[in-house]
Design a protein around this ligand. Structure first.
Ligand code: SF4
Length: 354
């Protein structure tokens, strides 16, 4: 068996995701056609409120079994009183008439199937015990076919779990057919938009939708340790378009070290997108007032020879005070050189600046 060519796999993943997102409308229609052919039902949720209402209606008075997932957080359903979160508590006895709410990694538009990863064996328990299944996912979690899904799953295993290969997955297709012995009697797909199509309309920021949620950028960026209260990097890039433009300001807190970009298996230009978001924020005058003031002061200072030639301690104190909030408490603010270039030039070359 040939060695896994990681560089090629990453290029291929970028191509797969970019093409799929570009033709998202077609893939969604194809998926619906195939999934409903297997008697599955589609629920289209334009926003989180709508999704919550639909889910509560469908799951009302039923025993609900689910797993913790970022999508539940997005919908504000991460702590429902009567639901059983199998990864958070001891596994209860699962009632046959209960409903499982699970979260596929991808939907396959070519044949209407859903790819479910199952690291802990909990998805297996839900699929084998529950006759009714609700699959919830975002419109961007598309993959055109199973061949490409294999490549994406391999990358997810390597970058998400540090494994060489993906291990346990399930492929689900709508409802159990007449001569089939397993599969759910009833199944629904909740397809969530919730601002994703607004992001799709933005070029180049739509690239953020190529994310396959491996979590590598979060682990490799030094940002999360400093601002533990903020969302992961990729969510912060998406947030101004999916949650509201007040989130543009958070993009000024993200570092531009490029570490997150290098760690992305799909090759999303995270650093470029952060810069792009900052540019949009400035163009639309949406950066914070303190940011605007800080940069105005910076510009004035940089155009002033007297200030540039001030002693290092004064410059260090001023810069540290201005950017204290964004730099955080845990990092040492970089120090400026004791002498400006102009001073160094004059001293070392022994002639005045012109
Ligand atoms: S953006 Fe982050 S979470 Fe998404 S695929 Fe790239 S590294 Fe993984």
């Amino acid at each position: 068996m040939p060695d896994f060519d990681l560089a090629m796999a990453r290029k291929r993943a970028f191509h797969t995701r970019s093409k799929a997102i570009e033709h998202l409308d077609k893939h969604l229609i194809d998926f619906e056609t195939h999934f409903t052919r297997h008697q599955g039902k589609m629920i289209w949720a334009p926003n989180a409120e709508n999704a919550k209402t639909e889910l509560r209606l469908l799951l009302k008075d039923k025993a609900v079994y689910t797993l913790s997932h970022p999508l539940l957080k997005e919908l504000g359903l991460q702590n429902e009183k009567n639901w059983k979160y199998l990864d958070k508590e001891e596994i209860p006895e699962i009632k046959e008439d209960g409903i499982a709410l699970i979260f596929p990694s991808f939907y396959i538009s070519e044949n209407g199937s859903l790819i479910l990863q199952d690291h802990l064996g909990l998805v297996d328990i839900l699929l084998s015990h529950c006759q009714r299944i609700v699959y919830a996912l975002g419109i961007e979690q598309v993959c055109p076919n199973l061949n490409e899904a294999e490549n994406l799953l391999n990358l997810l295993a390597r970058f998400g779990e540090g494994q060489k290969d993906f291990t346990s997955i399930h492929i689900s297709f709508g409802n159990r057919q007449v001569r089939e012995s397993d599969g759910p009697k009833e199944s629904w797909v909740l397809m969530l938009d919730n601002g994703r199509s607004s992001l799709l309309a933005e070029i180049p920021q739509r690239q953020a939708l190529y994310c396959i949620h491996c979590g590598a950028c979060e682990r490799h960026s030094n940002f999360q340790g400093v601002h533990a209260d903020l969302m992961p990097v990729i969510d912060l890039i998406q947030a101004p378009f999916t949650l509201g433009q007040e989130h543009f300001q958070d993009n000024f807190k993200l570092p531009l070290s490029g570490r997150a970009t290098k760690s992305c298996p799909v090759g999303i230009d995270l650093k470029g997108l952060i810069l792009e978001n900052r540019r949009v924020a400035v163009d639309r005058k949406l950066e914070g007032r303190s940011d605007a003031l800080a940069w105005k002061t910076w510009k004035t200072a940089m155009l002033n020879r007297k200030w540039i030639n001030k002693s290092g301690s004064i410059k260090n104190f001023t810069l540290k005070s201005f950017f204290k909030k964004y730099w955080g408490e845990q990092r040492e603010f970089p120090k400026t050189a004791e002498k400006s270039f102009n001073e160094w030039w004059q001293e070392s070359r022994g002639r005045s600046d012109h």
